[in-house]
Design a protein around this ligand. Structure first.
Ligand code: AMP
Length: 112
């Protein structure tokens, strides 16, 4: 989608610091990191959120999670890490393109 921020990053129309990529996924550093390591992992194809992605292409959802784990390994998050995905307004989703946050590098505390 031409007006989707993450589609434009996947198309290299908007710059990002890419840390990992596969033929169907892309991982890049969050522009406003909430932890020492904060990476976003997206499918290259446009899906509104992980629910839409799960319904349309469950194999790609599995690839997305595998890529997120690969990012945690590459970033040497040996102390642990959090994979998080916001869906919809109540969760505070701000970009309507499915993505997984990979957070780590310090104790993250409880959710909420
Ligand atoms: P969410 O709020 O779960 O939809 O996550 C969207 C994330 O995208 C936020 O953590 C933003 O900081 C991040 N973000 C927004 N614009 C950019 C950008 N141009 N490059 C990297 N991350 C971005």
């Amino acid at each position: 989608m031409s007006d989707c921020l993450f589609c434009r990053i996947a198309a290299t129309e908007i710059p990002a610091t890419v840390v990992h990529e596969t033929s169907r996924t892309l991982a890049f550093r969050d522009i406003a990191p909430q932890a020492p390591t904060h990476v976003l992992v997206i499918p290259r194809d446009h899906h509104l959120d992980v629910g839409s992605l799960a319904a349309a292409d469950p194999a790609l959802l599995a690839e997305l999670m595998t890529a997120a784990v690969a990012v945690a390994d590459k970033e040497a998050l040996t102390g642990g890490y959090r994979l998080l995905t916001n869906t919809g307004d109540d969760a505070g989703q701000t970009v309507s393109h499915a993505h997984v946050h990979v957070l780590g590098g310090q104790p993250l505390g409880p959710l909420g």
